[in-house]
Design a protein around this ligand. Structure first.
Ligand SMILES: Cc1cc2nc3c(=O)[nH]c(=O)nc-3n(C[C@H](O)[C@H](O)[C@H](O)COP(=O)(O)O)c2cc1C
Length: 295
């Protein structure tokens, strides 16, 4: 289905913990600006003020956390003023490590519902897949394919949106149940933050304090102190320039190798890509395989 609408100005509001979603935001921005469209890119983080610009299309972009959007995304939507005169068209794009498969299928449902309450008309939704930053590492050979395919996926999304394509999914009950259960993660994340350990590598540089999207870290006597606002984005643990922060609980979700997209690109430079079918085996990688092979 298509609807006609003239798009001159787009706002891309994105939440990214460890950089994947920020890359998707950049790729989309490049596509739209190439079409001569004005793009306002806004990073969702604690204290970021919702700008009053009147965009023709709002693109909400977020990293999937426990089959949902992270808490900060809901807070951001709640802070939007509802425009009762004219509904704002919106697209909701989730970025996950596992792709569009159960248990992820209903990950956009709650944010879409919240946007609709703010008089946004959600006309489009999509899942973008990027290397996983938790629990199970994406094989470098698959990860590099995900990074390489991103520009063409972004082009497809931009083309769809500019052509007025309407695309909404209808997640099955099982996906909705997983998503509901996943919301319980939100009550536990603050404990994760409070238990983060600081080792002797810490020199009090303040990187974590500056970068934490929840504003949950402050430096006191040259040491980071963690408050109760953590929502488990993992930015501080993977990004600390001195590798000084370690999880004190739920250690199994942290990738031993860390998470660094530039390092993956460096490692894979000059290596011939292997067929996706040989790499993405088993149910866990079903969504990734379908994403890479769909076009
Ligand atoms: C706490 C947490 C929960 C996550 N939950 C899911 C999930 O339910 N499904 C999934 O496919 N990926 C999940 N991921 C992986 C991320 O969605 C994925 O790696 C994404 O690319 C990270 O984006 P970012 O780098 O912009 O933060 C999770 C990551 C974290 C840190």
């Amino acid at each position: 289905m298509e609807i006609s609408r003239k798009i001159n100005k787009i706002k891309i509001a994105y939440f990214s913990g460890t950089g994947s979603t920020a890359r998707v935001a950049d790729a989309l921005e490049r596509e739209f600006t190439a079409h001569g469209i004005s793009v306002i890119k806004l990073e969702i983080r604690a204290g970021n003020i919702v700008s009053g610009d009147k965009e023709d299309l709002l693109i909400l972009l977020f990293a999937v956390h426990a089959f949902n959007a992270p808490k900060i995304v809901y807070k951001w939507i709640d802070s939007l003023c509802s425009n009762n005169n004219r509904p704002v068209h919106a697209a909701v794009i989730s970025v996950s490590g596992g792709g569009e498969m159960t248990p992820n299928t209903a990950c956009r449902v709650s944010s879409i519902r919240k946007l609709e309450r703010k008089n946004c008309k959600v006309v489009y939704e999509k899942m973008v897949v990027m290397p996983s930053n938790w629990f199970v590492k994406t094989d470098d050979r698959l990860a590099i394919r995900l990074l390489e395919i991103l520009p063409s996926k972004a082009k497809r999304i931009a083309d769809d949106l500019l052509a007025g394509v309407v695309y909404r999914t209808r997640p099955k009950l099982i996906g909705r149940i997983f998503s509901r259960v996943g919301e319980m993660e939100k009550t536990g994340t603050k404990f994760f933050g409070q238990k983060i350990r600081v080792n002797e590598n810490c020199n009090g540089c303040g990187w974590c304090e500056k970068k934490c999207p929840a504003n949950n870290i402050s430096i006191l006597d040259n040491r980071p102190i963690f408050g109760r606002e953590c929502f488990l984005c993992l930015k501080c643990i993977y990004g600390c320039p001195n590798k000084a922060l370690k999880a004190g609980t739920f250690k199994f979700i942290i990738l031993k190798e860390g998470y660094d997209l530039k390092a993956i690109e460096k490692r894979m430079k000059g290596i011939k890509p292997a067929p996706v079918e040989n790499l993405a085996k088993g149910y866990l990688w079903k969504g990734v395989k379908e994403y890479l092979l769909e076009d």
